[in-house]
Structure formats: structure tokens, C-alpha cells
Write a protein that binds this ligand. Sequence first.
Ligand code: GDP
Length: 449
Amino acid sequence: MIRPLSQDNIVALATAPGIGAISIIRISGKKLIPLYKTITKSKLAPKPRYSSNKTVYDINGIPIDNTLITYFKAPKSFTGEDVIEISSHGGEYIPKKILSMLYEQNIRQAEPGEFSYRAFINGKIDLLQAEAISGIISSQTTKNATIQLKNLNGHLSDSIQVLKKNLLTLLTRIEHELDFSEEEIDFTKISEINSNLNFLYNEIKKLLSSARFGNIVKGGIRVVLCGKPNAGKSTLFNTISGSTKAIVTDVPGTTRDILESWIEIDGIPVCLVDTAGINITNNYVESIGINKANYEIENADILLILDEKSPKDFYKQYFSTKDENRIIFVNTKSDLGLNSVEGNNILNISAKNNIGIKDLLTELSTVLKNHINYNYSKDPVIVSVRQEKLLLKSLSILKNAKNIVANNFDIIILSSLLRELSDSIEELLGKITNEDIFENLFSSFCVGK
Ligand code: GDP
């Protein structure tokens, strides 16, 4: 639980505990120079943002460790307060000893996320950037980490600030018009208001269009392998995922449960799913497997249809409709030469001999890009349900505002709608307090962040 911003000096281990080459201990608070001098026995005040090689002493003046210590003077620090970072030798003993010494200096252990919370309260970061910090820490793939880092550097915040600025100009203008009667508001003014509203509407819509991509980058996509028993699904699954998770035999119907393996393609997390072979069966256990397979096929983002003779014939036999843009047809066991059709958007592979796998992954990457269909390098990406909800709310307010302008223009209603819009934009940036959101976000951080 995050406390209301306190005046306490706080400390925490910023690196993971346990055996390691170095550990970093971070202290934040008001006027930390006296503390710096005490723990290093220095006479001179430290130069801000310079690292010095200093011995750190316990309260009895006995050396604890030779450290690299850096002082950041407020407000030019992560938290906006004075900050000291001590890089000491890693492991269990030294960091613990330094922490105990600091507790004895009346510095308390920080709560989870308290450093970031102070950064937020002191205006060093907005809520979108705080969410990006949480995202960076939990990132498991390249693209997610890249997007979160961009957001931390203000990519998303900047575009929300542009919205805010435009909205404020419009609001000021409209509130100025409130002094006049509605009859005095001429057509030019109304059409200008309209074009401002359209600008805001389109920008928010563009931001919202990134939500799906944001979800994919965090949650990944499902690529489901599907075919008859013995089509070679498990062999391909093992070859791509570099594992031996799936049992491979020539006995049909071996894979009865769903097997999953995560890989990364173009920085996107991809869950590879091996399913039971589809056929007509009297075997109860096998039929449960097939039901599960059908569920996976229904929920797949991309389907790999595998067959050693003709994946297209198999597809025609078992599927009525499915978006073919998200299907890759694969002729398996090409080394046996059983394939009845060549070419025609069908890939030939021999998973057993590692032939055609590179081409299959290239095709997967192409289909994946089409499926995602988002130019992430240029536009900011929204990455949380909170952001999406507030933008949806903003869009719906704008829809109402546009209606008011188009139909029965009422400047008082318009002005109150725009105030509501301003509130939801401020809430996005975290300017309007919502204690629950703060609590959820910051307390999910680790101690030391
Ligand atoms: P699944 O039932 O679709 O998962 O098929 P498996 O991956 O278990 O493979 C069924 C049989 O086909 C096994 O005996 C595999 O060794 C064999 N097999 C799989 N891929 C190839 C391949 O590329 N070439 C050859 N010759 N045999 C393969």
C-alpha cells in the first residue's frame, strides 16, 4: 500500500537480491548531502551526477565496502528529490549490511513502487510514463520493451499533450463565445469549431486503433497447427520450438491434449499450439482431444494446415469458412514425395530433416504482419485497459459534441461536454486523482522501483 507522499527518506535495493556481481542501493529524500558525508566520512559535498569511488562505513565507523557512489541533486533525479545511488559488491552480506546501516540512520525501507510514485507526484513522469515503467519491467519480448520505452520517453504522453492543448484552445474560445448570444455565432465560427472537434476525434480514433496492437505485443498471438493424425504436426511443433515437448510416433492420435510453446517472431510473442489430429473417432479420449483442437482452431489468430498429400483437400473436407488470409497451407514430409500438389500458396517442408522451415517462418512473419496491420514505428501505442477505456470515453463525448454542433447547436451543452472531455484527458495523464488506479499501479511495482 502506497502511503500519502511522506517527508521520510527512503531506501531500497534496486537490483535483484541474491548472488551477483554488483548491487545497487537507492536512497531518495530531502537534503541527502549530510547523509552522504556521514556514510562516506567525506568532508566535501559530492559533485552532483558524478560517481566517486568511496568506502561506505557503518555507524561505528567500520568500513562495510568499497563502493561507487553517485549523488543526484533535486530536482534533477529520478524522483525529483535528492537521490544517492550506491553500487556495492553483490551477494547477500554487503547489501544487507549497507541497508541496516541506512535504517540506523533513520532512513526507512521504501514501499513497492514508492520511488516511481514520488517521481509521479513531483511531476517527473505522468501516469502514462509510470505505466510504461511497469510495462518495461514486465516485458518479455523486444517489441513490447521498445514500445514501453518509447512511452516512457514521452511518445504517448506527447500526443496526449497535443490533444490537451488543442482542446484547451477550443474550450477557451467557446467559453468566450458564451458571453454572446447564440444568434451571434456565425457559420464560420461553427465550422471552425467543427473542424477542431474533427481533429480531436480523428486523433483519438488513431490512438485507439493501436489498442489491438498493444494487446498483441503484450499477450501474443496464437498460431495453431492443425491436420489429420500423423500429418507431422508434433514434429513441426518440436522443430520450430526447439523442444521435445510433443511426443512423436507413427501411431495416429498420440497428441490428445493441447501443447503450447512460446517463440518470438519479429519481436512479437507467438504461442505455437499443437493439437490432436482431426478425424472421425470412436475413441473417447481422442474425441475430447479433437474437441479441444476445434476450440483452438476457432480461436486461432493464424492457422497452419498440415497434410502430407494435400493440405487444401484436407481444408476443404473439414472447414466451411475461415479467413484464408490467416491460413498457411503446408505440405509435410516433402522428403517422401507424397505431395499431390506443388506451389499454389502451399509450402513444402520436411520437419524431420529441417527442410523448408526457414521459408515457413518467413511466411509466418508475413502473415503475422498482415494480421497485425499497424505501423508501430511512427505512431504511439496504447498499452493498458485504463488508457483504452478513457480514450473510448473521450471518443464518445466527442461524438456527442459533434452531434450538438451538427444538429441543435447549444453552446452551453457543448462547453460542458468539452469540460468532461478535458477531465478524461487529464485522467489519462494522471492529473485527476483516482486513488485506486495509483494504488493498483504503483503497488504492483517491485521495491526499489
Ligand atoms: P502428428 O500426429 O501430426 O503430430 O504427427 P507426428 O509429428 O507425430 O509424426 C507422425 C509420423 O510422421 C512420425 O513417425 C514422424 O517421425 C513422421 N514424420 C514427421 N515429419 C516427417 C518428415 O518430415 N519426414 C518423414 N519422413 N517423416 C516425418
